[in-house]
Ligand binder design. Structure first.
Ligand code: MN
Length: 729
């Protein structure tokens, strides 16, 4: 690489800043002039944009960006990604816009920097349970391009490396976020080394005392340890040389945090865990891995059950290597990892290594496609599928539902909120707090005012505008997606209707009683609604207001029986009682799908549940319900006053019905009718038979399941000898 640079710039390399050369030095392949200049331009642009900004350490701010670029170069990322790394803070911290970047560089770089900026808006908040997982999902779905996450990783890595300059509280917050989100995410994406470094650095910040203690112990045993490893590897090296296998062997220091965690989890003393020595052998080709394994097993005795072939069956996150544990001369166990350089690189940048971010390769990823958002994930899955992996297992590992039924959006403070797909600002409002939902009047998505039924998308920032006087609307039910919003809105509507019907009911009761000159009853009605079967007067008013009972019912109940009534229990009253009973079984009528309308039943046709009915909107007296067949229906020119109504009954209910039967007065006639009724399993509520000059008139009140059952009965009764006339009334 260095040689190729000399060709580009034979004289002037020394004039370049050191941190720029560090980036170039990390690029592990021949560099052409175009690429060299492109990265240099990004360096200069970023450097100028961040002029006069300083880090907490006092250094110029841009040193951070240059370091991020160098880390990315070390991970073998493409030039656009390295440039984006150099520019990653320009959108957030300077006046530079996305358009500037697209114009100065290219749209790819602009998108990458924009993605990183969006990720920075997400603030991790460990108060909420599962927030870490949501955060990761959010991260992945907002990032769209895996390189955005990798830039973010490089950014975080450099921040962790320089965290000492920050105030204690900030250190703690950043370390916690790194441990709970960045480290596991790095692991899932197969960036094993990064995960280990993240963990060790968090360990140092979060459990500083234990960290220091452990470091001391490791330091004190380092000398003997290194000596032992040299002694152990010597015969292996010798054999490898004889077989002409080119290999690098080194003792692998166990990472502090993993030692600490093992001590914690297994309750083992430091010595026992630290005694497990580890060695890594890196070779050129896959065949060499197996040859090396054979050599190692010839020299040292392997522990059978500890052998793992992650080359034949790679780990789901892409990790490949041979693992074996052998027993050395003095009985110590030594762990050996054998892998190629390529595999080692994979452990460095994980899934990104599977990507063809090749600078001089055959595949160049194009990021212009529509489905960019999920493409990288899909490719990731395909890639791992081709290695005979169960994609379901992988997705589970990544904890990402590829065909997500959920989206992740932000509060203005940057908290993550998880919602169902196609959710709207109203769903969001209820998710934040039910009171926010109740009073929400409008919403801003990404700073722009939008209609409340706007479908939210991943990564949107939502601000809800509330007003104390505002209340939910019926129409919200048409578009909300989340169960939470639905339940709250429905509950509210129910409550609101209850309150409305109370007011209406109260008005109706008072006015009607006044008109009937029976206002004196009001006091008793108020003091004992229980007589009508209601616990509170509000419930009674509501029943009136929603048409379940009428003022007449009240009068009948509360009016002391007058002399008239005693003398002749008139049939009208009986009739009324029957109708009320039938209707109360049905618990009301749904008018146009809305409950709580004031209802009257047409006196002309006496509809009962099961009848086909239609509503007619009267002036000032609510809706009157008629049978479809009623001859008294108002003229059809008033068409706009008709309204669809349905009995609001459940299937399990039974209806009360009346039939009038006229027959020759025959002794067995009553028995025959009763038999027909009970044969059909129909309940008889009451029977009234009168005989007049050889003709019997029977009034049967029965309980039927539905109209079909009633018609079956009617057909049966018609067959009874002596029947003159039958009518349903
Ligand atoms: Mn940064």
């Amino acid at each position: 690489m260095w040689e190729s640079l000399k060709k580009i710039n034979p004289f002037g390399l020394a004039e370049y800043p050191k941190d720029y050369l560090a980036i170039i030095r990390n690029i592990n392949e021949p560099l052409d002039e175009e690429a060299f200049n492109a990265i240099w331009r990004a360096y200069q642009f970023g450097n100028i944009a961040h002029t006069n900004q300083r880090r907490s350490s006092g250094e110029p701010y841009f040193t951070h960006c240059a370091n991020v670029g160098a880390i990315l170069a070390g991970w073998n990322l493409d030039y656009d990604t390295i440039s984006a790394g150099l520019l990653h803070d320009t959108l957030e911290d300077t006046d530079v816009t996305k358009e500037d970047l697209a114009r100065e560089f290219n749209p790819d770089i602009a998108e990458l920097v924009d993605g990183v900026t969006k990720l920075s808006d997400i603030k991790f908040n460990s108060r909420q349970e599962r927030q870490a997982e949501n955060f990761m999902k959010m991260f992945l779905s907002v990032a769209k391009d895996i390189r955005v996450i990798i830039i973010k990783f490089a950014d975080r890595l450099h921040n962790m490396r320089t965290i000492k300059h920050l105030p204690r509280i900030k250190q703690h917050r950043i370390a916690l976020e790194t441990r709970e989100v960045y480290a596991p995410l790095a692991h899932r994406l197969g960036m094993g080394n990064l995960k280990l470094e993240f963990e060790d650095r968090c360990f140092e910040i979060l459990e500083n005392r234990e960290y220091t203690k452990l470091c001391k112990r490791i330091k004190s045993s380092r000398g003997s340890r290194e000596k032992y490893i040299r002694y152990f590897s010597a015969p292996i090296k010798k054999q490898l040389a004889e077989y002409n296998i080119h290999a690098e062997i080194y003792g692998r220091a166990k990472h502090n945090y993993s030692i600490y965690r093992k001590m914690q989890h297994r309750g083992l003393p430091f010595e026992e865990i630290y005694d497990l020595l580890a060695i890594r052998v890196i070779v050129d080709r896959i065949e060499d891995c197996y040859a090396t394994l054979g050599i190692v097993h010839q020299i040292y005795h392997p522990i059978q059950e500890r052998f793992k072939d992650y080359i034949a069956t790679p780990k789901i996150n892409g990790y490949r290597s041979l693992h074996t544990t052998v027993i050395a001369a003095n009985g110590k166990m030594v762990e050996i990892q054998i892998r190629t350089h390529k595999m080692n690189e994979t452990a460095e940048i994980g899934v990104a290594a599977h990507w063809a971010y090749k600078r001089h390769g055959s595949v160049k990823v194009k990021d212009t496609e529509m489905n960019r958002q999920t493409r990288w994930l899909r490719e990731l899955v395909e890639n791992l599928q081709s290695e005979n992996k169960d994609p379901g297992e992988f997705l589970n590992l990544l904890k990402i539902d590829l065909f997500q039924e959920e989206i992740f959006v932000f509060t203005p403070k940057g908290d993550v909120v998880k919602l169902r797909l196609d959710s709207t600002p109203v769903d969001f409002a209820y998710e934040v707090h039910s009171q926010v939902g109740f009073h929400c009047t409008g919403a801003k998505v990404n700073g722009k005012i939008v209609p409340l039924n706007t479908r939210l998308r991943n990564g949107d920032t939502i601000e809800i505008i509330t007003s104390a006087s505002h209340t939910p609307s019926h129409t919200w039910l048409k578009f909300v997606q989340t169960a939470k919003a639905k339940t709250h809105i429905k509950k509210w509507i129910k409550k609101e209707q209850f309150e409305k019907s109370i007011k209406l009911g109260e008005e109706i009761v008072e006015k009607t009683l006044r008109r009937l000159k029976k206002i004196s009853l009001l006091k008793e009605i108020k003091s004992s609604p229980q007589q009508m079967g209601y616990n509170t007067i509000d419930q009674l008013y509501s029943a009136i207001g929603s048409g379940q009972i009428t003022v007449r019912d009240l009068v009948e109940k509360y009016l002391p029986p007058s002399a008239d009534d005693k003398q002749s229990p008139d049939t009208e009253l009986l009739n009324k009682q029957f109708l009320n009973r039938a209707r109360s079984t049905a618990k009301g009528v749904n008018v146009g799908g809305i409950r709580g309308t004031l209802l009257n039943f047409g006196k002309c046709c006496n509809p009962i549940p099961g009848d086909e009915i239609v509503g007619y909107v009267t002036r000032g007296r609510g809706v009157t319900i008629h049978r479809n067949t009623c001859s008294n229906l108002p003229a059809p020119e008033n068409e706009d006053r008709f309204i669809d109504v349905k009995w609001n009954t459940s299937k399990a209910q039974s209806f009360i019905s009346r039939i009038k039967v006229v027959a020759e007065d025959r002794k067995l006639f009553l028995r025959d009718v009763s038999e027909s009724i009970s044969n059909l399993n129909i309940n008889i509520v009451s029977v009234d038979i009168r005989t007049d000059e050889g003709v019997a008139t029977g009034l049967f009140i029965i309980q039927v399941r539905d109209k079909r059952q009633l018609h079956r009965l009617i057909r049966k009764i018609r067959l009874i000898p002596g029947l003159i006339y039958l009518e349903r009334i």
